[in-house]
Design a protein around this ligand. Structure first.
Ligand code: NAD
Length: 478
């Protein structure tokens, strides 16, 4: 496979028409792909439904082998797929490489699932066998965003397939190749039988149709909190399972005893990595008063040194913001906060979609830069009186994805971590971290408590069935 092949294969006819795939760095049209509508969704779900029982009945080691082959093919094709991550998504090359490594882990970890025990032999009060076993759900709908398109699709698609489900994947229409067709081609070449994985690029229309489809018993959604609420409402009404991984507004807490040079380095990475377009980005730097000037000054110096540019033709630290709507949103959040009294210590300017890494201080909890998920390379610094006040400020958000604490005392960090209302906490690291083996997920407005990763996928992508077997029919009392 090469990038041109991928683009050619993605140019299939769909009922929703076509959509251009644009390179954010240049505005160039990279390719044009089919756009799905609800009739495509219905057709894909029906085909998936027909293919799923045979796949579920396929021996577990054979299902595992398909996932392992997909991983090996990704190793072979990583250069082409990385190019799509860079050009379609605006990722710098390092980010694309990390994303592909994470996807390899997801595939290998998912490949281990089918051969694990599927249930338990339960105690029984008489001579019948009583078994609790995990069975597939059927057709799983996966809806993913553009920011880590391949990883956020794979972390649901791979375990769902491994555990015997079929999948209809709706990538964001800005990243249909790296977020959809690349994965489908890997699986097809790896020997996944036809009909089990469908890629339907589109926006809210096909997304909502997938969520509402009566034959899709589960939706694995990653995206904004606003859309996640809509997905959750529909799923609740239709009594279907929804796993919701949503936005974040994550606190990076710097205590008075932190090593400020290391903290500024970690904080800059947490806020500016992938232009801050990460659900786990450090969105609020909560710094104890004694060290706030020293920390802010170091953070601003680091921001000033970073290069922003076209990630395919140059080798910058940051690439472009993904589109103009998102750029305008970031710029407006910063401008409004500055109108309310925030001070720009670094950045605050942009050239087209290339937004400078920005540090703000004098931030107060009512400013949009504190209350909103920014999703841009902006590090707002807010002063906390002391440790208790830092915990209060860190928790002063409806979101609950991740937090980080910087301190020279790991035990102190652990104690503070226990008071933070997030699904993930890191002591002496920044906020952005994920791997395929841990229970990844948020709470509050960041998600509904579902977890991705290793064994937790059993809870997401299968359902329990209690099964009893008697030697002969048990007569009743009537
Ligand atoms: P978004 O919610 O606008 O879009 C996400 C996906 O949902 C896209 O595929 C989109 O086409 C689809 N969609 C849009 N409207 C829909 C509808 N009505 N019904 C069904 N599907 C619909 O999110 P975005 O702005 O593209 O992505 C960024 C957001 O995703 C941020 O808030 C970020 O924090 C969040 N995110 C969360 C995680 C996590 O693991 N918690 C990971 C990455 C991104």
């Amino acid at each position: 496979m090469n990038g041109t092949d991928l683009a050619a294969r993605a140019r299939r006819t769909m009922a929703g028409g076509t959509v251009d795939v644009v390179e954010p760095a240049t505005g160039a049209v990279l390719t044009t792909v089919g756009l799905a509508d609800e009739t495509d969704v219905d057709r894909a779900v029906r085909t998936a439904q027909e293919a799923q029982p045979a796949w579920s009945a396929t021996p577990p080691n054979k299902r595992a082998a398909v996932l392992r082959r997909a991983a090996r093919l990704l190793e072979r094709d990583r250069a082409e797929i990385a190019e799509w991550l860079v050009r379609e998504g605006g990722a710098v090359r390092g980010k694309a490489a990390v994303e592909i490594d994470s996807v390899l882990d997801e595939l290998w970890v998912a490949a281990a699932l089918p051969t694990q025990p599927h249930g338990q032999l339960m105690p029984s009060e008489d001579d019948r066998q009583s078994i609790a076993r995990r069975v597939p759900l059927g057709v799983v709908g996966v809806i993913a965003p553009w920011n880590f398109p391949l990883l956020l699709a794979t972390r649901a698609v791979a375990p769902a397939l491994a555990l015997g489900n079929a999948v209809v994947l709706k990538p964001d229409q800005q990243t249909p190749i790296s977020g959809g067709f690349a994965l489908a081609h890997l699986f097809a070449e790896a020997g996944l039988p036809e009909g089990l994985l469908h890629v339907l690029p589109g926006d809210a229309g096909p997304g909502a149709a997938l969520v509402a489809h009566p034959d899709v018993p589960m939706i694995a959604f990653t995206g904004s909190t606003a859309v996640g609420r809509l997905v959750g409402e529909t799923a609740g009404r239709l009594l279907k399972r929804a796993s919701l991984e949503l936005g974040g507004n994550n606190a990076f807490v710097v205590l008075a005893d932190a090593d400020l040079d290391l903290a500024a380095s970690a904080g800059a990475w947490g806020s500016f990595n992938h232009q801050g377009q990460i659900c786990m980005a450090a969105g609020r730097h909560v710094v104890v008063a004694d060290v706030v000037e020293g920390y802010t000054e170091r953070l601003a110096r680091r921001a000033d040194k970073l290069a922003v540019g076209d990630p395919w033709r140059l080798d910058p630290d940051l690439g472009p913001i993904v589109n103009h709507a998102q750029l305008n949103r970031v710029a407006e959040i910063v401008a409004e906060s500055v109108r309310q009294g925030a001070r720009i210590r670094a950045g605050g300017t942009h050239d087209g979609l290339f937004y400078r890494p920005t540090v703000l201080d004098n931030v107060t909890p009512d400013m949009p830069v504190f209350t909103e998920e920014i999703f841009g390379p902006v590090a707002p610094v807010i002063v906390a009186d002391d440790e208790d006040d830092a915990v209060r400020l860190a928790n002063a958000t409806p979101y609950g994805l991740v937090a980080a604490v910087q301190t020279r005392g790991p035990a102190r960090g652990l104690a503070v971590a226990g008071r933070l209302k997030t699904g993930i906490v890191h002591v002496n690291d920044q906020t952005v971290a994920d791997n395929a083996f841990v229970p990844f997920g948020g709470r509050g407005a960041s998600g509904n408590g579902t977890r991705y990763g290793a064994g937790h996928s059993w809870d997401e992508f299968t359902q329990w069935q209690w099964l009893t077997v008697c030697e002969t029919t048990r007569p009743g009392p009537f």
